[in-house]
Write a protein that binds this ligand. Structure first.
Ligand code: GDP
Length: 330
């Protein structure tokens, strides 16, 4: 692997808008190597004062819902209006497979060649925690480089959405028109974190069904969330034709502007920083715990004993903690 890069040169390159430096800086923050981690933190300390000014939007939906088509179109619309757009991705499966379909440049053909856009595939950093950390730090880098819109793409599977919601200001959930119970197949958890919902592929003959689905979904959400400061709008759109995209974006902007006016925006960002700190503490502790030689030696035997019902989970956990901390009162 290449030697750890020269941090001052990277800082200068990123702030100066040099794409190569930007890509190398992100490679550095994605690296798990201990010496790279140190360099990455030096880099981030320098870049942090220049970051934080972008609109951060999470975009999620099941594979095939039309995320990449949507982001490609929204992205070129935004750059045409004078924005600089960065697309990042959080894909827990990339940790397992070593490759990601999210943030793949071939899926966003027009945005990929847009000078005012920067697309980065999901990092392959081992765990969702690692991927999330790399993405959060990449966000600092692209913001420092002057990108004023950061779109974070993720797939509609479980924990990754919650993770992305924790790093953005607004969360857009894309779904499809379905007949029957609109809540079926849409997880409750997602409805709780979505700030804007759009029924996608509402073009051509599908438009009527999409509008009907949007109305039903809006009703269901009102029942679920009750009255709140922000009534989650349910819109229809079509990434393929561009219809409705301006309205979706306007709602996301409205969501952020209202939160800014009430103070909720800054509060959300500050709370994210604190939760993020503790998340890293937990990840770090678990990493060290699992790497601890005596813990590693003890683990298979304890797991077997728990499996066989010879030891309670509480006792097994206590033994592992005692081994790790060397403290009988652990
Ligand atoms: P992703 O997996 O969520 O990124 O979905 P893609 O953007 O790759 O889209 C999946 C398929 O749906 C592709 O064949 C697209 O051409 C199609 N598609 C995407 N957006 C639309 C849309 O707005 N309308 C229609 N009719 N098809 C769409």
């Amino acid at each position: 692997m290449a030697p750890a890069p020269d941090v001052p040169a990277l800082v200068k390159g990123v702030l100066g808008g040099d794409r190569r430096s930007l890509a190398r800086a992100i490679t550095l923050v994605e690296s798990r190597r201990a010496d790279h981690r140190e360099r990455a933190q030096e880099l981030l300390v320098e870049l942090l004062p220049h970051a934080g000014k972008a609109r951060r939007v999470g975009i999620s939906g099941v594979p095939g819902v039309g995320k990449s088509t949507f982001i490609d179109q929204l992205g070129v619309d935004l750059t045409a209006a004078g924005s600089r757009v960065a697309v990042l991705a959080v894909d827990p499966s990339s940790a397992r497979s070593g490759g990601s379909i999210l943030g793949d440049k071939t899926r966003m053909a027009r945005l990929a060649v847009d000078r005012n856009a920067f697309i980065r595939p999901a990092p392959t950093a081992g765990t969702l925690g690692g991927v999330a950390q790399a993405t959060r730090e990449s966000m600092v880098v692209v913001e420092a480089a002057g990108y004023d819109v950061v779109l974070v793409e993720t797939v509609g599977v479980g924990q990754s959405e919650v993770t992305v919601a924790e790093m953005v200001d607004s969360f857009l959930f894309l779904t499809l028109a379905r007949t029957g119970d609109q809540l079926q197949g849409i997880k409750r958890g997602i409805l709780e974190i979505a700030d804007v919902i759009a029924v996608n592929k509402a073009d051509g003959p599908a438009a009527g069904d999409a509008r009907k689905a949007a109305r039903e979904l809006a009703g269901a959400i009102r029942m679920l969330r009750g009255h709140s400061e922000w009534d989650v709008p349910v819109l229809t759109c079509a990434g393929l034709t561009g219809e409705g995209l301006a309205e979706v974006w306007a709602k996301l902007v409205e969501h952020q502007d209202r939160a800014k006016a009430s103070g909720a925006f800054d509060e959300r960002r500050r709370a994210q920083q604190v939760r993020w700190t503790w998340q890293m503490v937990r990840d770090g502790l678990e990493h060290r715990l699992r790497a601890h030689p005596a813990v590693r030696a003890q683990t298979p035997g304890l797991e077997e004993a728990v499996l066989a019902g010879e030891l309670t989970p509480a006792l097994a956990a206590r033994r592992l903690l005692e081994t790790f901390l060397g403290d009988p009162d652990a």
